[in-house]
Design a protein around this ligand. Structure first.
Ligand code: F6P
Length: 340
């Protein structure tokens, strides 16, 4: 069986260990793997390279993706779809392993509907894929964000300032939630909750009175009623580039105007997505990559390898993609125990 593999959507730590696991597991069963470059774009334009044991050496510890990635949607036009199908034929790929978030897995589902053998591996630092308990990339990204918050804590305390840290997360607030909880923020704002300025200012004032400084974590996706991003700020799947809205900077301005405290903001952006994967992400990515190959070898095309409790299982694309996974009520309850 000839395997193809691609990584699509935003990069995140864990993609390289997942690629390595696909190649190693397939090779262990006597099957070769072809890596498509830059996500669906490589499959559309027939750009690929063989991946053997040599090519994946040391990938367990490397950030990013050696295959490259893009936010290309190959199913938005019949011409592009035809090119994808032609590449699969030409390269004699029997089964494709698509590693990605909602968009990439959605495209993989399309390919499966067109009768091709495809299996999926979920990834995203946003942790918002419905069908899996955790996505790899998330823990590594949060470790970076918590480190940033701790650095901001030193400078906020030294200058007696209020500082807002803006983290990524599109429309799910998992990264902000985990950063705020693990880093001990005075207030944490998530897109899952209506923005309540009075409550935010009360928390900031309380921290300023108690310590002389305040730390706020906000997700880029919080709705402050700001205008949409600059013209052209959308990707191929129609997602707005949220960083351009500058939620953190706007919050710092509002805090300063209301409290009189000197305020600053930091937007760590893509710093959260780079760097070596954390231990949890290395292991999860390795298990999922190997499991995807096992699904393919056992004829379970159309399935995504996911983490459920302690087990890795296969579930249909539809189930994995049912919805965006938002921060749940029990987590919100826990969060507010600490910022009350
Ligand atoms: O989906 C992952 C993510 O990092 C989001 O959290 C963020 O909004 C988006 O990607 C940024 O996209 P880009 O890398 O295209 O700027």
């Amino acid at each position: 069986m000839r395997f193809g593999v691609l990584t699509g959507g935003g990069d995140c730590p864990g993609l390289n260990p997942a690629i390595r696991a696909v190649v190693r597991r397939a090779a262990a069963a006597g099957h070769p793997t072809l890596g498509f470059l830059d996500g669906w774009k490589g499959l559309r334009d027939d750009r690929a390279r063989p991946l053997g044991l040599e090519e994946v050496l040391g990938l367990e510890r490397r950030g990013g993706t050696v295959l490259g990635t893009s936010r290309t949607n190959p199913f938005k036009s019949p011409e592009e779809t035809a090119k994808v199908l032609a590449t699969l034929e030409r390269q004699r790929v029997d089964v494709l392993v698509a590693i990605g978030g909602d968009d990439t897995l959605g495209a993989a589902r399309e390919l499966h509907r067109l009768g091709k053998a495809v299996v999926g591996v979920p990834k995203t630092m946003d942790n918002d894929v419905e069908g899996t308990d955790w996505t790899f990339g998330f823990h590594s990204a949060v470790a970076v964000a918590v480190d940033a918050l701790e650095r901001l804590r030193d400078t906020a305390a030294s200058h007696h300032r209020a500082i807002v840290l803006e983290v990524m997360g599109r429309d799910a607030g998992w990264v902000a939630l985990a950063t705020g909880l693990a880093g001990g923020a005075d207030a944490t704002l998530l897109p899952e909750e209506r923005y309540d300025e009075a409550a935010l200012l009360a928390r900031v004032r309380r921290a300023l009175a108690a310590r002389g400084d305040a730390l706020v974590v906000t997700s880029e996706g919080v709705d402050l009623g700001l205008a949409a991003g600059a013209a052209g700020g959308k990707d191929d799947f129609g997602h707005e580039l949220l960083a351009e809205r500058g939620v953190g900077a706007e919050l710092a301005r509002r805090i300063s105007a209301a409290t009189g405290a000197e305020s600053r903001s930091a937007q760590i952006g893509h710093i959260q997505r780079g760097g070596a994967p954390e231990l949890f992400d290395r292991l999860l990515a390795t298990r999922l990559g190997a499991a995807a190959v096992d699904l393919a070898l056992s004829g379970r095309s159309g399935q995504v390898a996911v983490l459920r409790g302690r087990e890795i299982v296969g579930i249909p694309f539809d189930e994995a993609l049912r919805d965006h996974r938002k921060v749940s009520a029990d987590w919100l309850d826990l969060l507010h125990t600490f910022d009350a």
